[in-house]
Design a protein around this ligand. Structure first.
Ligand code: SAM
Length: 215
């Protein structure tokens, strides 16, 4: 069990999601075989829905891995859209670059190598959607940078915010994960302030969807 929801519920919901296109399916199989953590199918569907509603022109992703979610988001874009995705691991970057080229979207997906915090500190631009999926022990540190880079009416989607249930229940916390848990709780408190509208959804490993409240 994921510690977030019931297995039967996840299985049922995943069963409703149609099979991915052949490239994404190949990447899902690769990730499964090689233990690469990629977004769960229902989170992928949520991103697709969000992109359909928001029609972003510029997306920032933290955590490329093999490029699965970046390609999925690009596939979901109806209009022209540029994706900047940040990854620190060179092996992952090589795999992702290969996959992005294979899918023919290298013009629109740019991988930036480095630690998210360093990259964020120096990054400029205005993003309509920011997907946080790396360094869950640092979301609280990433947030001020993400807010600087987010359009006035942009949306942040953050994955793993319930971290196998540990964020919600002390009984589930593993000792070596205490720092991540404390920092993730801090992040969720920060985005629960009045200046934001935040919805925490027990989907996948837990997602938070955040926008600025209009004054
Ligand atoms: C959960 S995976 C991303 C999965 C990807 N978004 C997908 O669903 O296809 C997280 C990735 O972030 C990278 N990562 C973790 N911490 C990072 C950091 N502080 N800066 C940059 N990359 C980081 C890891 O190497 C890993 O490849």
């Amino acid at each position: 069990m994921s510690g977030i929801t019931y297995d039967y519920m996840e299985e049922y919901i995943r069963g409703l999601i149609k099979e991915s296109n052949p490239i994404l399916k190949e990447l899902e199989e690769y990730a499964h075989k090689n233990n690469v953590p990629i977004i769960q199918k229902e989170v992928g569907k949520f991103l697709e829905l969000m992109i359909n509603i928001k029609r972003p022109k510029k997306i920032l992703e933290l955590g490329t891995a093999i490029g699965y979610s970046a390609i999925l988001m690009k596939t979901a874009c109806i209009e022209d859209c540029e994706i900047v995705t940040v990854e620190r691991d060179q092996d992952m970057i090589n795999l992702a670059q290969n996959n992005i080229e294979k899918y023919g979207v290298s013009k629109d997906i740019k991988i930036v190598q480095g630690d998210c915090l360093d990259v964020l500190e120096n990054l400029q631009g205005e993003f309509d959607l920011i997907f946080m999926d790396a360094g869950k022990g640092h979301y609280n540190h990433f947030l001020p940078h993400c807010l600087r880079l987010l359009n006035k009416d942009g949306v942040i989607v953050a994955d793993n915010v319930l971290f196998r249930g540990m964020i919600a229940s002390n009984e589930l916390v593993k000792r070596r994960k205490i720092t991540i848990v404390k920092r993730m709780r801090k992040f969720l408190e920060m985005v629960s302030e009045d200046e934001f509208i935040t919805s925490v959804i027990p989907m996948g490993d837990g997602i938070a969807v955040i926008t600025r409240r209009e004054k």
